[in-house]
Write a protein that binds this ligand. Structure first.
Ligand code: NM2
Length: 528
């Protein structure tokens, strides 16, 4: 076992934080859950505004960067071709950034909004339906994808323009914090990033597993118990451990391809054999609502709730704040990935690509899966809401699928898809985590034992959460872990502007008419 390459302070720091959170939860589950809820209420109650502001600012900032001089910067040399065509680029982006959660929430999120709409709207009314069909797309839409793209900016810039590949998030903040990035502050940044990703992944795995377990129950008759769920979690971990072990080109790529084709199959099947017209019209209409209410949704914090007589919905805390935190904890990780696949694109193409393709992908899932369920509810053919309140969301998701023709086969494909969707997210996550705790990554691949280690470390928090938690506790993991990552995100945005800005100024001094920047040429000219 080669241990020389390991960056021990970061490795141990991350492990200590992970154990410091999970061990007390294992030993004192009830008190632990209560403490988590108290922290959650404190953070969302007092700092919710920060999460929402970060989302909105990231969105505006990225649009500004895309259409400014920075947007013209090419990631690569003059004349380089794009490494990946738009379809595979978008497919990889989606497979890495989105896990099984889109199957879960795409199917069922509307049912929560329908029963607990925002803006003081009466539950289960026509107005509530409008919110129900739009809010899911909003929470997986342009702001969410902007959060994902923000860290990709400095990382891609260092990779392909300055040609100094960044493996650690701390290194990408160097233009702002300077040498501190190489010292304890750098370690803290990396550890917080790792902790954030472990928290976000905890939410993902703890949500996805019960859904897979319900699929297995439907297919085999084995009743859903915590034991079954633990076995499923372990099996999924073994799959993504194998895939992470075999590396980027084999395991991860093969799974991503299968992932996209199976997902497209399920979506096409439901679209064609479900209520095609209703799905099309409702999705189209909700796009209009999204544009219409965009800023209202992006800023709604329910301020009157602090006044006692005003009935509180906790909608912002339960949804928008939670979502922005969840996207934030994944963002540096997805940023590393997006940067790597964007060789040959301009910054503008990278930004608009993630925001547009990402949002379109989400619209497809939410539009087709969600509106299918909504149709069953409204047409009276299956009372989704009642079923959900009685048997819970995971069982309802499978029961919605059961309303389709050849449903046994569809449930089978859906369950396999969920496992692969989880795996594609988790194997890239363990891959990146392993790289972050190494000093160097020869050949671009972290050590194998290290990759395996993180694959299993990712399992710890969700296992614990699942045993102690309800939905709120699961969401809490992302919200709390996302808090420090918000500040790292801000650093990353400023880093990009500082680095690119100073390079562009240097280019201008040498009267280069091109925005295309090759750092080496600047340095060579200086030496001449
Ligand atoms: N996000 C996209 O669980 C997953 O699907 C991974 C979830 C942040 C809501 C990411």
């Amino acid at each position: 076992m080669n241990t020389k390459l390991i960056d021990w302070p970061t490795f141990i720091g991350a492990l200590v934080v992970l154990l410091a959170v999970t061990l007390p939860l294992i030993l004192f589950p009830e008190a632990g859950a209560e403490v988590l809820n108290i922290i959650n209420n404190f953070v969302t109650g007092n700092f919710g505004i920060l999460y929402l502001a970060l989302g909105l600012l990231a969105f505006i900032f990225l649009l500004y960067v895309a259409f400014s001089k920075y947007g013209k910067i090419k990631l690569g040399k003059r004349g380089t071709e794009k490494e990946f065509g738009s379809f595979s680029w978008a497919a990889m982006l989606f497979s890495a950034g989105i896990g099984a959660s889109i199957l879960y929430w795409g199917m069922i999120e509307w049912a929560y909004y329908y029963q607990g709409p925002p803006f003081g709207i009466e539950p289960m009314t026509k107005e509530a339906i409008e919110q129900a069909t739009t809010y899911g797309i909003f929470h997986w839409g342009p702001i969410a994808w902007a959060l994902y793209t923000l860290p990709a900016l400095p990382i891609a810039y260092f990779y392909y323009v300055r040609k100094k590949p960044v493996l650690k998030i701390s290194a990408a903040t160097k233009p702002v914090i300077g040498k501190l990035a190489d010292g304890p502050l750098g370690i803290i940044i990396d550890v917080l990033f790792i902790f954030g990703l472990l928290g976000g992944a905890g939410t993902t795995l703890a949500l996805g597993t019960p859904m897979i377990a319900e699929g297995v129950r439907e297919l085999t008759g084995i009743p859903v118990t915590l034991g079954l769920q633990a076995v499923i979690m372990l099996l999924c971990t073994v799959i993504f451990a194998i895939s992470a072990y075999s590396g980027l080109n084999k395991g991860i790529k093969v799974l991503s391809d299968i992932n996209i084709w199976l997902a497209l199959f399920i979506l096409a099947f439901i679209f064609i054999f479900g209520p095609t017209l209703f799905i099309s019209e409702t999705t189209f209409t909700s796009l209009g609502l999204l544009v219409d209410k965009f800023f209202r949704m992006a800023t709604w914090l329910e301020p009157l709730a602090s006044i006692e007589t005003y009935p509180e919905t906790r909608f912002p805390e339960s949804w928008t704040i939670f979502y922005w935190a969840w996207w934030t904890v994944y963002a540096p990780f997805v940023g590393l990935f997006v940067a790597r696949i964007s060789y040959g694109r301009t910054i503008k193409e990278m930004i608009l690509g993630t925001m547009i393709y990402g949002t379109l992908g989400s619209v497809m899932f939410f539009g087709i899966l969600g509106n299918f369920g909504l149709y069953l509810q409204l047409s009276g053919s299956f009372d989704v809401i009642n079923y959900m309140n009685e048997y819970g969301a995971p069982a309802t998701i499978i029961e919605i699928l059961n309303q389709l023709p050849i449903s046994g086969f569809i449930v089978l494909i859906f369950t396999i898809l969920s496992v692969i969707f989880l795996s594609t997210t988790f194997d890239s996550a363990s891959y990146i985590l392993a790289a972050v705790v190494q000093k160097r990554v020869p050949g671009g691949e972290a050590l194998r034992w290290n990759r395996l280690f993180w694959a299993f470390a990712l399992l710890l928090l969700p296992l614990v959460l699942m045993f102690i938690g309800d939905l709120e506790t699961l969401q809490t993991a992302s919200i709390i872990a996302g808090f420090p990552v918000m500040f790292i995100m801000t650093l990353l945005g400023i880093s990009f502007i500082k680095a690119a800005g100073s390079d562009i100024r240097a280019m201008k001094e040498y009267r280069s008419p091109n925005i295309y920047i090759d750092r080496r040429s600047i340095e060579n000219k200086k030496e001449e």
